[in-house]
Design a protein around this ligand. Structure first.
Ligand SMILES: Cc1cc2nc3c(=O)[nH]c(=O)nc-3n(C[C@H](O)[C@H](O)[C@H](O)COP(=O)(O)O)c2cc1C
Ligand SMILES: [Fe+2]
Ligand SMILES: [Fe+2]
Length: 395
């Protein structure tokens, strides 16, 4: 394989996964994903994170080549999720004297997941690990997105190894560094990765960003996706905006509808928003579009307008799944509109109102609920709902 240098004697050691359909058995990855590990070869040799289990053989082989058969001294564990610790056991088996570098929470996990308890080196914020010409220092970034997550900073070349922070879905198709590829291709997958994997932990991400600001970082090397060395502002600005719930004027309209009555209300609302000059409007059928795409768009746009048919006294199931996810993620600072159709005693809008209470977003207009097909009175209310949202988005 090509030898890929981040700097002299600092190597990229990652693999592309184009086979897996669902990341974490949950998130669709049509463009695949890469698992990035890194290797520093100096007087001491250090690996930074490992890779997913399926790549173990190739991984060990590459280490052997890049180290010229020398022993690896340290394995720095920035993150314990198995997509990065998948080769940990194999690495320890091959290099029995290797020292595992992590924080208190890391080693609890190493013991619990891999039953390994020896040769550990606990580090703290600003601890230093000299390797020769290169030196590593550390900063914990709790809950970005696991309790043990931390970042490691190589002080000579000023490279920050960030774990999943700044990571992206999408394989590295030849280009590995940001300046080697067209970032337009990664924009959506970068955001879908952040919003769905890390997005529950926006306040923690804000704290991590503040910590990172104090370092003079020249390169961001995450465990998924491109390495950022030319356009750090591109990724840092996005992380700042997303983790502070900064949105553009626009609306995401989502509905759950069996026979099209609720859907029709969504169409009316969308059209009226457009008439009022709102250009960013996304309409989704909750049963068809995977929640990860919808959640990503909710982080993009200020208004969320959600409709549900009544279904056995409850919400339509796909809408229920989506709003439960949104509630669990605790997304903030949005405008809300709700609507739906029912046949006899309702259940859709009623439960959307509970969602409104729980999520505490500002309800821009009263809920619009129609019995059966959309008629003149409720048509006008859909228009009024759209106008109320547009008033807020366009001012
Ligand atoms: C399986 C099923 C369960 C339903 N359960 C309820 C219900 O509990 N309460 C109610 O008011 N209407 C219920 N309805 C009626 C629908 O909510 C109503 O027909 C509505 O107009 C459907 O909207 P849609 O065309 O957007 O699917 C049910 C319909 C179906 C097919
Ligand atoms: Fe992770
Ligand atoms: Fe990961």
């Amino acid at each position: 394989m090509h030898q890929v240098n981040l700097a002299e004697n600092i190597f990229y050691l990652g693999f592309n996964d184009r086979k897996t359909h669902l990341f974490e058995n949950l998130w669709p990855i049509p463009h695949g994903v890469s698992y990035n590990s890194y290797l520093i070869v100096d007087e001491k040799i250090a690996l930074i994170d490992t890779v997913e289990r399926n790549f173990v053989d190739q991984y060990l082989e590459q280490i052997e080549i890049l180290t010229n058969g020398r022993k690896v001294d340290y394995l720095v564990i920035n993150h314990m999720e198995p997509d990065h610790s998948g080769a940990l056991k194999a690495v320890v088996a091959k290099y029995p004297d290797i020292i595992l570098v992590g924080n208190k929470k890391t080693f609890d996990m190493v013991a619990n997941y891999y039953k390994i308890t020896k040769n550990t080196l606990e580090v703290y914020d600003e601890s230093e690990l000299p390797l020769g010409k290169h030196r590593l220092t550390f900063a914990t970034t709790p809950m970005v997105h696991w309790p043990e997550t931390m970042v490691s900073f190589e002080m000579t070349e000023k490279i920050l190894f960030t774990g999943d922070a700044f990571g992206s879905f999408g394989t590295l198709d030849g280009g590995i560094f940001d300046d080697e590829l067209n970032l337009d291709h990664y924009e959506e997958e970068l955001m879908r990765y952040f919003t769905n994997i890390v997005g529950k932990y926006c306040p923690h991400t804000q704290r991590a960003l503040k910590k990172i600001e104090t370092l003079d970082v020249k390169m961001l090397a995450a465990t998924h996706g491109p390495i950022w060395r030319s356009n750090l502002k591109y990724i840092l600005d996005r992380y700042e905006n997303w983790s502070s719930y900064t949105t553009d004027p626009g609306a995401v309209i989502v509905y759950g509808s069996m026979y099209g009555n609720t859907e029709k209300m969504a169409e009316v609302i969308a059209r009226q928003l457009a008439i009022r000059g709102v250009k960013n409007i996304r309409v989704y059928d909750a049963s068809k579009t995977h929640a990860s795409y919808i959640i990503s768009d909710i982080f993009k746009y200020k208004a969320f307008i959600v409709g549900s048919a009544a279904y056995n006294n409850e919400l339509f199931p796909s809408v229920e799944t989506l709003i439960t996810k949104i509630e669990h993620m605790g997304i903030k600072n949005h405008l809300l509109g709700i609507f739906g159709s029912f046949g006899w005693n309702g259940g859709g809008v009623k439960n959307l109102q509970k969602f409104a209470e729980n999520i505490k977003w500002e309800l821009a207009y009263e809920p619009v609920e129609e019995k059966g097909t959309l008629k003149a009175d409720k048509f006008q209310q859909c228009i009024d709902l759209a106008n109320a949202i547009a008033d807020r988005l366009m001012d």
